[in-house]
Design a binder for this molecule. Structure first.
Ligand SMILES: [Zn+2]
Length: 412
């Protein structure tokens, strides 16, 4: 029988990423204290005590850029492989036929797969659809957000293409979307669409998270975005920023200075950028990632997401933030600590969520993974995991492996 969720009061013998061994006390969903582990901790083992010997205790991952309405549609659509334009065409053809129930079923499966891997907060973009029923995606996600409200914090970003009228955007916000998104870079006039979307966000007084400059050439709208919102107090972020990564250092640094001054959070999406960008290059294909190192060095709010999972925009993806962290190390040359921060504490910051982790006063959102170090955790991505949300164990994965004995020390 499923015994979860299981409220917890103490996490014992947990290894932190700095190598220290600690006991963590939890109360009301918040960390009360973190102390060196005591062999004779004055607490009897009980349902509210969790022994984490052999586990690395990390702040739980947060996913700053998902598309739960699109997830797990690759096998249904069987689209051709290709670039962003081709993916959009494949998706729009399928989306014309999908129902609220179909969206909800795929979104729920995807969110629970992410929770099992440790993600306890998800920001998902959801298409505002063409036609006279534009809210099927939003309605499916509002339903799933409600069904999973005790397990995962889900934020819905309404994602209107440039051909979606203002009335449908207002209807999406009225129907329960939390945040306004968009993709001005695919508009015929990107700056006009940028201004349109930001004017709606200001009128509706909602946060903004735009797909921004998701291409290797063409318009650079990020600087204009920063200039417009520089005096805003609403939370703002920009996903992808692929074009930023192609600019020369002087132009790039000027844009980054504006982004930092405006407080815009930048969200890299390595797996989708690696897949969708560079198809037109027959050799020396670029990686298509944003300027992660320069952004971090400049003090920008920085996060990374998995973006698409098994849909026309990315046929693969493991629903695991450790996969995104691993790609940040290999494709963006971040350190292990920077990479994990981008998918956990950095992501929570960009999403406007409170700090999480083994710090007194922080939210008790944790991923415990079978590993002795952060390098081992990111490299092996062990399936043995315990996931804690609001101080309760909400997911547990175990693994049984049998390997035939090697002939160590046995004469040939
Ligand atoms: Zn996206």
């Amino acid at each position: 029988m499923n015994s979860l969720p299981r409220p917890l009061r103490v996490l014992r013998n947990a290894t932190l990423s700095d190598g220290s061994l600690v006991d963590v006390e939890i109360g009301d969903g918040v960390v009360v204290s973190t102390r060196p582990a005591q062999p004779d901790y004055p607490t009897a083992e009980g349902d509210d005590v969790l022994d984490l010997s052999g586990y690395l205790l990390l702040p739980a991952p947060a996913e700053p850029h998902a598309h739960l309405d699109k997830a797990r549609s690759w096998d249904l659509i069987a689209p051709p492989m290709g670039d962003l334009g081709l993916a959009i065409a494949s998706w729009r053809s399928y989306a014309a036929t999908m129902t609220v129930e179909n969206v909800a079923d795929r979104a729920r499966s995807q969110a629970l797969a992410m929770l099992a891997h440790g993600t306890t907060a998800i920001r998902t973009h959801v298409d505002v659809l063409l036609g006279d029923a534009p809210l099927r995606g939003i309605q499916g996600l509002v339903q799933v957000r409600d069904e999973l409200r005790d397990l995962i914090d889900i934020e819905i970003v309404a994602l209107p293409g440039p051909d979606i009228p203002d009335w449908a955007i207002d209807a999406a916000l009225d129907a329960g979307a939390d945040t306004l998104g968009g993709a001005p870079h695919i508009a015929e006039d990107p700056l006009a669409d940028l201004h349109r979307l930001l004017a709606i966000a200001e009128r509706r007084d909602v946060p903004v998270d735009l797909h921004t400059d998701e291409s290797l050439d063409g318009a650079v709208t990020l600087g204009e975005y920063a200039a417009i919102v520089t005096d805003w107090t609403r939370n703002t972020s920009a996903g992808h920023c692929v074009r930023l990564g192609t600019l020369g250092t002087a132009e790039r640094d000027a844009v980054i200075d504006a982004v930092v001054a405006a407080g815009i959070g930048v969200i890299a999406n390595p797996i989708t950028n690696l897949y969708l960008q560079g198809w037109e290059h027959e050799h020396s294909a670029p990686r298509g990632l944003t300027s992660a190192r320069a952004l971090l060095d400049a003090g920008a709010r920085f996060a990374a997401g998995a973006d698409n999972v098994r849909d026309p925009f990315n046929p693969v993806g493991r629903s695991d933030a450790l996969e995104t962290a691993s790609l940040l190390v290999t494709a963006a040359h971040l350190t292990l600590d920077e990479a994990y921060a981008a998918v956990s504490t950095g992501a929570r910051d960009v999403m406007g969520l409170p700090l999480a982790g083994a710090t007194p006063g922080a939210a008790a959102e944790f991923l415990a993974v079978r590993a002795g170090s952060l390098a081992e955790a990111i490299a092996d991505a062990s399936p043995e995991r315990l996931v804690i949300h609001r101080g309760a164990l909400v997911a547990r994965s175990t693994l049984t492996t049998e390997i035939a004995s090697p002939r160590i020390g046995v004469p040939a």
